[in-house]
Write a protein that binds this ligand. Structure first.
Ligand SMILES: C[S@@+](CC[C@H](N)C(=O)[O-])C[C@H]1O[C@@H](n2cnc3c(N)ncnc32)[C@H](O)[C@@H]1O
Length: 248
């Protein structure tokens, strides 16, 4: 490959160096990342990132957003609403409504659930506290509810539910779910959300587990693996750190 620097480990395996198509967010790869330059994706990603620019201007999560946009677009082929548990400013959900032109989906709602005040710390387990999950999540602590309401004001079929999962789950008036995103950085509410939505997920629906492979979130991975095994499915670990489930 042109300009590729070759470096080898003593055992002969090649180290990935360059040219790198993507090198951000814990992921460095030479593999094709042309989607970043796709005008439809680029516009959607920019809308998502705009929601957080004032807080963290240099954030780069393009590959993770691509996974969410792909999974949500797949959901358009299915019957059911979209749900995201763990929204913060709405990077993923704002990108998705742009990417799939959600205002054209008159019969479909997108339910966004968050405390909008950071992680519900009382739900963290002792192992999660020891891993510092409570400290890491202080960055989500400021109240962003009004901001998120303003972000989604142009999208009347987006429903925002403020409060801690699992206590708010019953407010989601969806019999069928075609896309589910789980990103609450804590095992207990994530498993509760999976249990609540599992029977509502229609066959073929994709579930994106945002924190699945991130080292600090190993407690979530263990809990979600146990949940998946109890339902007879596996979780696909993605190099982005996300995990994917396809509802059988
Ligand atoms: C990593 S952020 C979500 C980022 C978001 N997916 C995005 O697109 O930018 C995690 C969010 O989970 C929320 N959260 C944590 N525990 C929660 C719970 N029990 N119920 C509702 N929201 C929770 C936090 O308030 C925080 O906004």
């Amino acid at each position: 490959m042109a300009n590729a620097a070759a470096a080898r480990l003593p055992n002969g395996l090649e180290i990935v160096q360059g040219p790198l198509a993507y090198n951000a967010d814990g992921l460095a790869t030479q593999h094709n990342a042309d989607f970043l330059r796709d005008p439809r994706f680029a516009a959607a990603y920019a809308r998502g990132i705009d929601t957080i620019r004032s807080r963290r201007g240099n954030l780069e999560v393009g590959w993770r957003v691509q996974v969410c946009c792909w999974a949500a677009e797949h959901g358009l082929h299915l019957d059911g609403d979209f749900v995201e548990c763990g929204v913060f400013t709405g990077i993923y959900s704002r990108a998705i409504v742009e990417y799939v032109d959600f205002n054209q989906e008159a019969d479909r709602r997108f339910w966004l659930l968050d405390t909008f005040q950071g992680i519900a710390e009382e739900m963290l387990t002792e192992p999660e506290r020891r891993l510092g999950v409570d400290r890491m999540n202080r960055k989500y602590a400021g109240d962003c509810y009004e901001e998120v309401k303003a972000t989604f004001e142009p999208f009347p079929n987006v429903q925002i539910i403020k409060g801690a999962v699992p206590f708010t789950l019953e407010q989601v008036r969806a019999e069928k779910v075609a896309y589910l995103s789980i990103d609450m950085n804590a095992a207990a509410p994530e498993v509760a959300a999976m249990e609540f939505f599992w029977d509502k997920l229609v066959p073929g629906a994709v579930v994106v587990l945002d924190d699945y492979g991130f080292r600090a979130h190993i407690v979530q991975k263990i809990a979600l693996d146990r949940f998946a095994a109890s339902r007879g499915v596996g979780i696909l670990p993605l190099p982005t750190g996300q995990g994917l489930i396809i509802k059988p």
